[in-house]
Design a protein around this ligand. Sequence first.
Ligand code: SF4
Length: 193
Amino acid sequence: MAPSLRQDGKELGKKHNLKVKLTIHAALKKGDCKVETDRRGRRLALVAHCVLNQNSRVFGLAERASMIGEVVRVLMRNGVGVIQMPCPELVYAGLSRAPKTREQYDNLRFRSLCRKIAEQLAEQISEYERNEIRLKVVIGVDGSPSCGVNENPGILVEELRLALDKVGVSAPFYGVNYRRLKDDAHKLDELVK
Ligand code: SF4
């Protein structure tokens, strides 16, 4: 039976995709990474989980229904891709956890969980950096026992600084504060420009 027009179209589409893939592969092999079809911005941010998913916060503490738009818009405007860090408190204590202080979280089990998360993130970042995709900023949440940046740095943030240092990557850390998000957006804009 003769192939239908739809099948012909599918075949042509497959051939075209294969041609594009082969062109990219050949260009990459030659060391030419500026393939015209590739529009990536080559810039990254590591972002605290709850900035992109308020559902992860302790019950009673979510500030928004979903994401913190002020931060997300800055990253989008500046062509910065996002790696959402896991929420260590959610992994460790679940969603119905009670709010705790940094001292209460600073035990062996929680710290080794944060270290593991930090090392995995640092490995990913170092692969991006090897391919000239740069980490522009790490965005934490001030006041958090895990993700705080200023004053009383959180445990995940501490471990992440060490892990990034080990793989030779340096980037500014910025702690957002839910009480002054407009200011944060201006400062982040300057930082990732
Ligand atoms: S641990 Fe970090 S990611 Fe999780 S809710 Fe607290 S600030 Fe957000």
